[in-house]
Ligand binder design. Structure first.
Ligand SMILES: O=C(O)CCC(=O)C(=O)O
Ligand SMILES: [Fe+2]
Length: 313
């Protein structure tokens, strides 16, 4: 975008045999940017293209068909302007989305909504496959993140945050209309987000969220790479050693598609600052909190009601 600098995010190779060196690079990236590119992650480019084709098929259905799959139990279709990522704005974001909940546990699987196979043949298997592929990359990445924090490699697995994460796949479409932000400024709430885009620019980050005026930088597209970012609960867990960076999607006049895969700890997980991130000079900044309580507070703010909470109270 004119006048905006492009940030030079680090690239992490998920398949590198030198795991310690990857973990060190992840640490640097998370301390400095809270964002990085992930390559050799197992989700190949042709498959990404197919997934975007299927996603476009859904969003181009007549609104009557989409509304039939309106979001229930946090799964399904969310129309344009229905969500405000920045609660201080008066109007919702110009984007539409579709949420698919975790395919790993049967309760979640039953709650998912799908367009009929007759309406969109091959849609469900494509999205299921996308879910599994991204989940598998996310799990592998969490073991490197654990290593980067001087925790056991299987730390997140042991607390069921990576073997049974509360994972959501979300398909997004930004019509691209000029004027307002496709996704207003926000940080993600969870552990990590894996983001795949169709290459249309627009994503920006603001590295220092407390500094005024805010400085925004463009995140450029790296063909085939997944963009990873740290979420607020990971920031809290790491006692702010890792940053959950403010980001937004600016309109460019072009239609844009993306897929965000959010990985959160399970609802009963107690998130307490890691000892490896605390010291005498840097004591824990947050008290322990149950993951579900934390997310419910956050979701009340964006959707403005209790009926849309992720977990019932
Ligand atoms: O679409 C994008 O590039 C970013 C989406 C995003 O930040 C989000 O859904 O949390
Ligand atoms: Fe985000």
């Amino acid at each position: 975008m004119a006048g905006t600098a492009t940030v030079n995010l680090p690239i992490i190779n998920l398949s590198s045999p030198d795991r310690l060196s990857s973990a060190n690079s992840i640490r640097q990236a998370c301390v400095e940017y809270g964002f990085f590119y992930l390559v050799n992650h197992g989700v190949d480019k042709d498959f990404m293209k197919q997934a975007f084709e299927q996603s476009a098929k859904f969003f181009s259905l007549p609104i009557e068909d989409k509304i039939k799959l309106n979001r229930k139990e946090y799964r399904g279709y969310t129309p344009l302007y229905a969500e405000k990522l920045d609660p201080s704005l008066s109007k919702g974001d110009p984007k539409e989305s579709y949420y698919i909940g975790s395919l790993e546990d049967t309760t979640s699987v039953r709650l998912n909504q799908w367009p009929s196979d007759k309406l969109l043949p091959n849609w469900k298997p494509t999205m299921e496959s996308l879910f599994w592929k991204t989940l598998s990359a996310g799990k592998e990445l969490l073991s490197l993140i654990a290593l980067s924090l001087n925790l056991d490699e299987d730390y997140f697995q042991k607390i069921s945050a990576s073997n049974k994460p509360d994972a959501f796949l979300r398909l997004l479409r930004y019509p691209g209309e000029l004027g307002c932000c496709g996704a207003s400024a926000h940080s993600d709430y969870g552990m990590i987000t894996l983001l795949i885009t169709n290459g249309v620019p627009g994503l920006q980050i603001c590295k220092e969220k407390l500094k005024q005026p805010q400085v925004w930088e463009d995140v450029s597209h790296v063909e085939g790479a997944i963009i990873v970012n740290i979420g607020d609960i990971m920031e809290r867990w790491t006692n702010c050693v890792y940053q959950s960076t403010l980001h937004r999607v600016m309109p460019t006049g072009k239609e844009r598609y993306s897929v965000a895969f959010y990985m959160d700890p399970p609802s009963d997980c107690i998130v307490k600052c890691f000892e490896s991130c605390c010291s005498e000079s840097s004591p824990p900044r947050f008290p322990p909190i149950r993951s579900a309580d934390y997310f419910n507070e956050r979701f009340k703010l964006i959707y403005g009601s209790e009926k849309d909470l992720k977990w019932s109270l």
